[in-house]
Design a protein around this ligand. Sequence first.
Ligand SMILES: [Mn+2]
Length: 322
Amino acid sequence: MTLDNILEEIKKAQTIVILCHESPDGDAVASSLSVMHAVKQLGKDADVVIPKYSKVFNFLPGADKIKDKGRYESYDLAIAVDCSDLKRLVGEEEYFETAKKTIEIDHHSVNSMFADYNYVDPVAPACCQVLIAMFEYFGINIDKELGTCILAGIITDTGGFQWGGVTPETFEFAAELLRKGVNISKLCQQVLRNKTKAHCEFEKLIYERIEFYYNGKLAVAYLTLEDYQKISKDSGDDEGLVDMIRDIEGVEVAVLLKEKEGTGGFKASMRSKDQVNVSDIGLLLGGGGHHNAAGCFVPGTLEQSKNKIVSLIIQEMNKYSF
Ligand SMILES: [Mn+2]
């Protein structure tokens, strides 16, 4: 069984590196730290390598150990978490390709299964929920520190138990973590509610710019390089902005286009409320994600990118009856 292989590889390895996807969200950072805490119990000192992440996650137990570079040229074992595709993995060339063995642990349903051992649960709402099952199998003690990381990941990806994909197990796990002393209201405050001033500035701009299509069911806004220069370039300040567009009454699909320096195009973050599968749209443009949350890169000027994504989404929306 895959989990037996994974445990064996962890036990065999002298050096381990843990990696996650680019622009890491709470689930990616928390999954990385959770694996670090867990393998520590197995007697291994793993390196979590994340060159750029939001300072919002600095409160997570073990975040002070995050490295922007690995300690070794080549690791015995590389573990990728919360990442469905090698292209999105940070440190792919330096650490993943050069590792003797590789493991992927994830919850994205469209998944390229790129490692030697892939443990993927496509119905889990967060990678951290996949980890719980794995840790239980390994006999890892989920203490308050590890539990805080795990719950932070679950809270991030479910928007605090709000989005589709939350299962009865999610609440059972959460209840168990609360019994261990994890402070859920503090975690929600830190991971979900807390906004930087720059984030609020971005919000203001977006509210001014929202354009509606398809009878108000599709809403689109954008941020340009000029906006980032004026407001903030800190990663994390522009996280979660697309959700406020989705929250508007009548909106079924929300898109936020963020201009990316040096790429000649925009990253499109997409959210849907219910039926529309935005992951399908992401895939058409070489991106991906989940049914209700996905992303992709759209080359071109603002007008070109906007027209491209709007027409693709409208084509997709025509398949549904609202
Ligand atoms: Mn995730």
